[in-house]
Ligand binder design. Structure first.
Ligand SMILES: [Zn+2]
Length: 237
């Protein structure tokens, strides 16, 4: 099986592919700070690459990624571009509607960014479209799988945004974009507090010790994410 890139297909190529009842993947990222060492597009890179790898295993077609997400609490940091809940919800809902109109019946949305509001916008779009049609949709942030490895393989249990796991994963996918200056940061946001901006609470803009990252660990984590996703997809599609 091979991965097809949606925007590289011709009209005929698309029509032929649809006859095979393919799974269409939508990578969703964000444009937001990831410390001094990782690119602003880290979440988009991870989502896109994971979609490509999973699609290879399940007869998939990969859509162009959505590179913006809801990153409200990181807006105080340089470079973050956050869109609204409504903008993301409407945009994704419209794409899903168009896929349905094009007779796509199986959709997997993989987000590299996992903030609660961002994921709620995606979930609400998926629920809306599921009400209107017979499509099957899987939605997740791939960190829901990657973070299962916290506390294992030498990864600290409190690792988070821009930390060991994320730095390792980006190193595996795009080593030239990762700086050798590897900061260590903590999140001191008080429990349950809805912080308008995280800057005062998130030292270095990251959570974890990125100096412990390696591309070999990243390859292992990415492989684990791909394997678990393939299992999840095969169980419902
Ligand atoms: Zn990220």
């Amino acid at each position: 099986m091979m991965t097809l890139m949606y925007d590289e297909l011709s009209m005929k190529g698309f029509s032929d592919a649809v006859k095979e009842d393919p799974i269409v993947f939508l990578p969703v990222g964000a444009t937001e700070e990831h410390g001094i060492h990782l690119p602003l597009g880290s979440d988009t890179i991870q989502a896109r690459e994971i979609c490509n790898l999973v699609a290879q295993r399940v007869n998939g077609i990969v859509l162009p990624p959505i590179s913006y997400g809801v990153s409200t609490s990181l807006r105080d940091f340089p470079g973050t571009i956050s869109i609204s809940y409504d903008a993301l919800h409407h945009f994704v809902r419209d794409i899903l509607k168009e896929l349905v109109r094009n007779e796509i019946r199986k959709i997997v949305i993989i987000s590299g960014h996992g903030s609660q509001v961002h994921m709620a916008a995606l979930r609400s779009a998926c629920e809306e479209i599921s009400e209107m049609s017979e499509i099957r949709v899987i939605l997740l942030c791939d960190y829901e799988i990657a973070y299962r490895l916290r506390g294992k393989q030498g990864i600290p249990s409190d690792d988070g945004h821009g930390g060991v796991i994320e730095t390792s994963r980006v190193l595996a996918f795009a080593p030239s974009l990762v700086s050798d200056d590897r900061p260590k940061g903590v999140d001191s946001t008080p429990d349950f507090f809805v912080a308008r901006h995280k800057k005062g609470y998130l030292t270095e803009g990251i959570i974890g010790d990125s100096s412990r990252a390696s591309s070999s660990l990243g390859i292992q984590i990415n492989q684990y994410v791909v394997d678990e996703l393939v299992k999840a997809i095969k169980s419902v599609m």
